[in-house]
Design a protein around this ligand. Structure first.
Ligand code: PLP
Length: 413
């Protein structure tokens, strides 16, 4: 085998590597398969310890031949923050939050697009298009800009406006779509041939899963070459779940880690919960967890967790099989729970997107139900920054003063 090839996650058929069209004839998703013997020649715990703090430290497990094709803006190697006070409050062995909002485009989409756009560069492609609820659009826009590739982004109208505004700033042709993300995807498919676009939507090409895989590699390395017991992840299309699962299998196969796989928890938004509903239907026996709805939060402005708004994930079957094999589960949380969680994380000094906050809400519910145990070490993913979801005018309730007396009047109100 060459350094890497493709393999179907459903029927295991093997194919030569290509950078687009990841559907196998059986309907399964093609994933990158590496020659791990070759990788092991240079990829070791000691060699890694000396490398630059970037996700490209794992380059042997990424499908780029020539380092000059790597399009990087400084993505990855994000902090893994421990929350010791909450560990004792909630009786968890460890509670940690992976601070993915610190990526260069303000969300973990940077990782996937660094690899996807590097692959486009390697292939000599000149135009790329993506249907996106926001963060994928801005990440494609930024990385394509850096690579000198033209980006076309198609964004559903309910996407937070600041994320939309970023895209033209990076030079992308940007349009809003009156519909869902799958409607945006259908527009790209209609024009793909005529326009010469490479579709870099979820699971349409191999780079985004490989880029998100580095979150799993990083977790393992940051935890001293072990796995956490539980990963709580806000799931939309699910490329991060597939990527991290793949990362852990590769590390096991390389002989670098020999512990149980983590239990994967997919967090979804109430009402847009295909994984929760899929588990209910499945005979595999892992019922999803029902969470108790939080009390309403008045008229506070609650941003939408649009990153999780994917009613039809491209390979639901693969996601369900990962969750079930791992002994994990899925849980849907409400916007009210997300709003409360945003404040809990905020008072820890962490700026969280609604999707990131959803993992906190899910964690509380899983503690409440006894699904999380005192022996568990748990990692939450804060996938983006609150700032990207800010609404202009949201500060209207904050008082404006000129003097100390004004301040005291405000305090006594
Ligand atoms: C895309 C996105 C998600 C969902 O990630 P997937 O790996 O596609 O399931 C979650 N949170 C944010 C902020 C996102 O942008």
């Amino acid at each position: 085998m060459k350094q890497w090839e493709l393999q179907c996650s459903r029927c295991s058929a093997k194919l030569p590597f290509r950078y687009q069209d990841m559907k196998c004839t059986c309907g399964g998703t093609l994933l990158v398969n590496y020659d791990l013997e070759h990788v092991a020649q240079t990829f070791s715990k000691t060699s890694l310890a000396l490398r630059y703090p970037s996700m490209w430290r794992y380059h042997e497990l990424l499908p780029i031949h020539d380092p000059s094709h790597i399009i990087s803006l400084g993505e990855g190697w994000t902090p893994l923050l421990r929350l010791p006070e909450w560990e004792s409050k909630l009786s968890l062995k460890r509670l940690m939050i992976k601070r993915e909002e610190q990526n260069p485009t303000g969300s973990f989409k940077s990782r996937g697009f660094s690899v996807a756009v590097s692959l486009l560069k390697q292939a000599g492609a000149t135009k790329a298009a993506v249907p996106s609820n926001g963060n994928a659009a801005s990440a494609l826009a930024a990385y394509a800009g850096r690579a000198g590739i033209q980006a076309f982004v198609f964004i559903p109208m309910d996407c937070p406006s600041l994320i939309v505004d970023e895209c033209p700033m990076y030079g992308a042709t940007t349009v809003l779509v009156d519909g869902f993300i799958h409607d945006a995807a259908a527009i790209i498919e209609s024009g793909r041939i005529e326009q010469g676009w490479v579709n870099v939507g979820t699971l349409k090409e191999p780079g985004r899963v490989e880029g998100k895989k580095t979150m799993g590699l990083e977790l393992a390395e940051q935890l001293g070459w072990t796995f956490p017991d539980v990963i709580i992840y806000p799931t939309g299309g699910g490329s991060g779940i597939i990527g991290m699962w793949k990362a852990f299998l590769e590390l096991k196969e390389l002989g670098l880690i020999d512990c149980d796989m983590p239990r994967f928890v997919c967090v979804q938004e109430e009402g847009c919960q295909p994984i929760v509903d899929g588990l209910k239907r499945s005979s595999g026996g892992t019922p999803p967890i029902e969470s108790n709805t939080a009390s309403p939060v008045g008229d506070r402005i609650i941003p939408n967790p649009t990153g999780m708004r994917v009613p039809n994930p491209p390979d639901l079957e693969l996601l369900l099989s990962i969750v079930e094999q791992s002994g994990g589960t899925a849980i849907a949380v409400s916007k009210a729970q997300i709003a409360q969680a945003t404040h809990s994380l905020g008072s820890e000094g962490i700026s969280s997107s609604p999707e990131g906050a959803a993992t906190w809400a899910a964690m509380l519910a899983l503690c409440d139900k006894g699904w999380l145990r005192p022996t568990d070490s748990v990692v939450l993913f804060n996938t983006s920054h609150a700032m990207k979801y800010a609404k202009l005018g949201a500060s209207a309730a904050i008082p404006i003063i000129r003097t100390y007396d004004d301040f005291m009047i405000y305090r006594n109100l």
